[in-house]
Design a protein around this ligand. Structure first.
Ligand code: NAD
Ligand code: ZN
Ligand code: ZN
Length: 353
């Protein structure tokens, strides 16, 4: 079958095979897959990942085959993927923190074969490929009437952004937020902040062209970071600093800005992923007034609760999914999609299969 392989360089291969599902796994025919900056980060070396690897991790599709212990899914079911291969049995899982399950962290598997050589899955999913095999718990059933192109984005961008606001920061009525980076992650932080009742929602991007989409998702202000003075502008717009600043870029200088932009009692939430050895600094005295810096993995998600919730909110018209899709691509146009993402032209690009 066809798929996108990274083997030191990006390659569209016709020779990818995936093994049959184990008793607790399902095979899914992928129909749509979103391109996340984390895929680009594997290609440009920001995220070191052993090759060969089948790229992609944000997708939706149709269950094709099930292992003989699978009880919650049947062939034909429409599903969104969770990237968490958590165990469901440990203290972290039982206390509602599956992103902290040790089985969901750094686990590598090789369900694919390419020209006779074993290939890794990326983020426990692999999505730019016709079929993949995942744990039953990673395939979350959705209603058949949700377009799969839109549903695909729930698997990473929406779960990460919405989860960061609702699960990690716990933004509340009347609070102020600043969001750095208007890609798929940042736009979902914006719309979830509005949903949570934030009244001041400041979007920041280097590209002035992102203002329109930021406002479409609910930003009340937009700052063009290419003009400098970002922190001063945020402070001026928010009576001296925001309650929450979300870094959705992955750059130490922007992490610093997100901390400097906090008001009293404010929290910075770091979502962007810079190089593994990147360091960021902050002014210690600046933290004095009960400020905090929070890391956040995958929106601190509880996928089997949060993914259906996001779909319900979408169906009720309270979260946007369709509007996140700037462009769709065929698998053969994958290099173009990477270039468009790198150029900052996309909210999300979606590959249809
Ligand atoms: N924490 C997690 O679990 C998680 C999950 C998914 C993605 N990520 C990471 O989140 C980050 C964002 O991902 P994405 O897919 O939304 O990326 P994206 O490339 O779609 O968007 C990034 C945006 O940041 C803007 N930008 C660049 N430099 C900037 C600056 N100095 N100030 C303000 N804006 C700037 C770009 O113009 C672009 O609009 C990446 O680092 C990605 O790896 C983290
Ligand atoms: Zn992602
Ligand atoms: Zn666990």
């Amino acid at each position: 079958m066809r798929g996108v392989l990274f083997n030191g360089k990006v390659e569209i291969s016709d020779n990818i095979e995936v093994r049959d599902p184990r008793p607790n796994e399902v095979t899914v025919r992928i129909r749509a897959a979103g391109l996340c900056h984390s895929d680009l980060s594997v290609v440009n070396g920001t995220i070191p990942f052993p090759p060969p690897v089948v790229l992609g991790h944000e997708a939706a599709g149709v269950v094709e085959a099930i292992g003989d212990q699978v009880t919650t899914l049947e062939p034909g079911d429409h599903v969104v993927f969770s990237t968490l291969s958590n165990c469901g049995l440990c203290a972290a899982c039982e206390s509602g923190h599956p992103t902290m399950c040790s089985k969901s962290i750094g686990k590598l598997s090789k369900p694919f074969t390419v020209n006779g050589e074993k290939a890794f899955s990326f983020a426990n999913v692999s999505a730019f490929v016709e079929r993949t095999v995942v744990l039953e718990r990673q395939a979350v059933k959705i209603p058949d009437d949700v377009p799969l192109e839109s549903a695909a984005l729930v698997g990473c961008a929406v779960m990460t952004g919405v989860g960061a606001v609702l699960n990690r920061a716990k933004v509340s009525y009347g609070e102020s937020v600043a969001v750095f980076g208007m890609g798929g992650i940042g736009l979902n932080v914006i719309q979830a902040s509005v949903l949570a009742g934030a009244t001041k929602v400041i979007a920041i991007d280097m590209l002035p062209a992102k203002e329109a989409v930021a406002r479409q998702f609910g930003a009340t202000e937009f700052i063009d970071a290419s003009q400098g003075e970002v922190v001063d502008q945020i402070k001026a717009l928010s009576s001296g600093g925001v309650d929450y600043a979300f870094e959705c870029v992955g750059h130490p200088a922007v992490i610093r800005q997100s901390i400097d932009a906090l008001g009293k009692g404010g929290n910075a939430v770091i979502l962007g992923v810079p190089k593994a050895d990147a360091e960021a600094s902050f002014l210690v005295s600046g933290m004095y007034m009960d400020k905090g810096i929070l890391g956040c993995r995958y929106g601190s998600a509880r996928p089997r609760h949060d993914i259906p919730m996001v779909i319900d909110l979408y169906k009720a018209g309270r979260l946007k999914l369709d509007e996140l899709i700037t462009r769709t691509y065929e698998l053969d146009q994958f290099e173009q999609a990477l270039q468009d993402l790198e150029a900052g032209e996309l909210a999300r690009g979606v590959v249809t299969l």
